[in-house]
Design a protein around this ligand. Structure first.
Ligand SMILES: O=P(O)(O)O[C@H]1O[C@H](CO)[C@@H](O)[C@H]1O
Ligand SMILES: O=c1cc[nH]c(=O)[nH]1
Length: 256
């Protein structure tokens, strides 16, 4: 039996096998090896309306169904689907995609910025995430941070450099509690080297390590938490940034 610790979240189980093992519950499908998970729903919907996507699966949960599509990028098959907001739900979607047979992933989403000079739309490449969420503690021993996959970081950077895309390489703060981002917590995370805050990176990195699949994440600067008051900056209406990022993610994913 597991040793009881003061806090349940620290009771890490080294046993790799789950009672609910995804590979025993979910049958593999004919899914492309490369899969882009995006949080930009309107971009996926537009591609679907334009007839660019083929539905290959549906990930059902109690409250909503996430479509999994396949598309072609420069003559190659790539899967395209949506993330589910929050570490726990995103990790479940990710597990199911792995069980289907996908092996290489790029995630693209937005994040709050903790540094004033990161404009809306600026690209951030997270190299590690501060584990201020719960999900990753079920996959990896407790630690402050989880690193992103080094190969994925290299491939993403090569593409940014080749395409002349400016980017910031830094840590991100993954939180479960969007409405408990306090001044002092923001200052602490900045002192630890974080430039963004979001809700999924630590979970994606932890599951990827545990399942031995390749995953890289690309964020773009959204709302601003670096000033006196929170500034929405209309970040989620940046149509072009979001469309370009999904296409760029497909291009990079096929190079992983
Ligand atoms: O645009 P996305 O990637 O969803 O980013 C951020 O916005 C959501 C919170 O509103 C969380 O998912 C967080 O990570
Ligand atoms: O998690 C998040 C995402 C965007 N903006 C925030 O302040 N927090």
């Amino acid at each position: 039996m597991l040793k009881k610790r003061e806090y349940p979240i620290l009771e890490f189980d080294t046993c790799k096998k789950s009672f609910t093992e995804p590979s025993e519950l979910i049958k593999p499908i004919d899914i492309p090896e490369c899969c882009v998970i995006t949080f930009f729903r309107e971009v996926v919907e537009k591609k679907n309306e334009n007839g660019e996507l083929k539905l290959i699966a549906e990930l059902k949960s109690e409250t909503l169904t996430i479509p999994v599509y396949e598309t072609m990028y420069e003559g190659k098959r790539v899967a395209l689907t949506l993330g589910f907001v929050g570490a726990a739900a995103s990790a479940a979607v990710f597990e199911e995609l792995i069980a289907f047979g996908a092996k290489k992933f790029i995630v693209c989403g937005g994040a709050g910025v903790l540094q004033k000079d990161i404009a809306v739309g600026n690209i951030v490449l997270p190299i590690a995430a501060i584990r201020d969420e719960g999900l990753s503690y079920h996959y990896l021993e407790p630690s402050r941070e989880v690193e992103a996959n080094k190969h994925a970081i290299q491939v993403i950077e090569n593409e940014f450099i080749n395409d002349g895309i400016k980017y910031i390489k830094a840590k991100t703060w993954t939180t479960d509690a969007i409405y408990r981002e306090t001044r002092d917590k923001i200052a602490l995370r900045v002192s630890e080297g974080c430039v963004t805050v979001e809700m999924e990176a630590a979970a994606f990195f932890a599951v990827a390590q545990f399942r031995k699949v390749i995953l890289g994440q690309i964020l773009y600067g959204g709302d601003d938490l670096s000033g006196e008051a929170w500034d929405l900056r209309n970040w989620n209406s940046r149509k072009d940034t979001r469309e370009n990022l999904v296409d760029l993610s497909m291009k990079i994913c096929l190079k992983l």
